[in-house]
Write a protein that binds this ligand. Structure first.
Ligand SMILES: [Zn+2]
Length: 415
């Protein structure tokens, strides 16, 4: 039984969560795809309300849905994405050169998934260890030769690793910080594992991009927190880790790679990259003040209203609308707009695990891209706006029969 617990105070600093950001109301879990035979039952719904701490300005959800229910059998395999594999290989090459990693080093990746990144270190002869909470995903990593422990990372796990192997020279935590319910236990664990000289390398979608491009559909129950450099450096500093460098990455609609260490000379040795530029951009956007956070939800409401008006006009004109991309992001969008299966005929996705299921909430059937084309919709809404042009290439036949390809975020527009 999945439960949701209300948080009244900041998960990091215990400040009041008094600044509103984006309240999407009661929503189903964005990755809880529904088997066809359960199509007539209502999905469990939980509050999805992002708020801001008035002290540290960490954007976070004010309800926590039980993490074990979400992650223990997580079905996302990183190796399904070729872009992501190339990103991981490039990271390994750069990090090996920058930190001089070799046979005497020790690299740990937290939330190591199916070993998509660490396999590069294994191939380079750098000793490494993955920590992954989803047993089925960790088993894939072990089978491919990547040493992996099944565990939720935190202080206890870090102490155990240090006792057995000593501190790590590099700790990688990519796209995991948003998923961590107890951020202090997690970051304290990173600090213990890094010791006095190791680097912690954290990648997270950048809150500033989310705000500037109104990427509200990246808000869902599995993302407990949304990170600015402003908030992240406070959390790291509280556990003795100083941010010495920042890189800006194009992944997930702009992410930050934040480099931190207890060693105060690390910035001089390894480089500061875009640290000053990101700081300046966040200050210019007012991320250390309440105003830009309060201004966000009205922009979300405008996007949802514009989309509803378009969809209603399509139906009134007798046009059949389909969608592409059965991912969490699309589900947040469709459910925020309260779209039903009567309004969108189907959603296509290339992942066979998702085909022949129903989207959570809207219960729109998930089909193959070929089945979408066979249904000959008049117009297709592309839900993953970050890869819209790539998908538009796949949907070229829709244009040939006079249909339109559109995205709805950050506003309704043709692709
Ligand atoms: Zn706080």
């Amino acid at each position: 039984m999945t439960t949701a617990a209300r948080m009244s105070h900041c998960r990091f600093c215990n400040g009041a969560l008094s600044i509103p950001f984006c309240d999407l109301g009661e929503m189903p879990l964005a990755n809880a795809f529904v088997p066809l035979e359960r199509g007539d039952a209502a999905d469990p719904m939980f509050p999805l309300n992002a708020v801001v701490c008035e002290r540290c300005y960490l954007v976070q959800l004010d309800h926590v849905v039980d993490a074990t229910a979400i992650f223990s059998d997580y079905a996302y395999f990183s190796s399904f994405s070729s872009t992501w594999l190339a990103h991981a290989a490039a990271f390994t090459r750069d990090a090996t050169a920058r930190y001089g990693l070799g046979a005497d080093s020790f690299v740990v990746e937290v939330a190591s998934n199916d070993g998509y990144l660490l396999r590069n270190f294994v191939a380079a002869g750098v000793p490494c260890l993955g920590i992954e909470p989803a047993a089925n995903v960790a088993a894939v990593a072990v089978a491919s030769g990547v040493p992996t422990e099944v565990a939720f990372f935190g202080v206890d796990c870090a102490r155990r690793i240090v006792a057995e192997r000593g501190p790590a020279g590099l700790i990688v935590a990519n796209n995991v910080l948003a998923h961590v319910p107890d951020v202090n236990d997690f970051v304290a664990g990173l600090a213990i594992l890094a010791g006095s000289a190791g680097t912690v390398s954290i990648e997270a979608p950048h809150l500033l991009a989310l705000m500037e491009q109104t990427q509200f559909d990246t808000i869902y129950h599995e993302h407990y927190a949304y990170w600015s450099l402003h908030a992240m450096r406070q959390v790291l500093a509280a556990h003795g880790l100083l941010v010495y460098g920042v890189e800006v990455l194009p992944t997930h609609g702009t992410s930050l790679r934040v480099l931190a260490s207890a060693d105060t000379s690390a910035g001089a040795r390894y480089g500061r990259f875009a640290l000053a530029a990101v700081e300046a951009a966040e200050t210019a956007a007012g991320l250390g003040t309440p105003a830009p956070y309060r201004d966000f939800e009205p922009k979300v409401r405008a996007i949802v209203s514009a989309f509803r008006a378009w969809l209603d006009a399509e139906r009134a004109a007798g046009r059949r609308v389909a969608a592409y991309g059965a991912a969490a992001k699309g589900n947040t969008f469709l459910n925020a707009a309260r779209v039903t299966r009567d309004e969108i005929v189907c959603v296509a996705d290339r992942n066979p695990v998702k085909q022949n299921t129903l989207l959570p909430g809207s219960h729109i059937p998930v089909v193959s891209p070929e089945a979408l084309l066979a249904a000959r919709p008049d117009d297709v809404l592309i839900l993953p706006w970050n890869i819209a042009s790539e998908i538009a290439g796949e949907l070229r036949p829709v244009r040939e029969w006079g249909g339109h390809l559109l995205v709805a975020v950050p506003d309704m527009r043709a692709v």
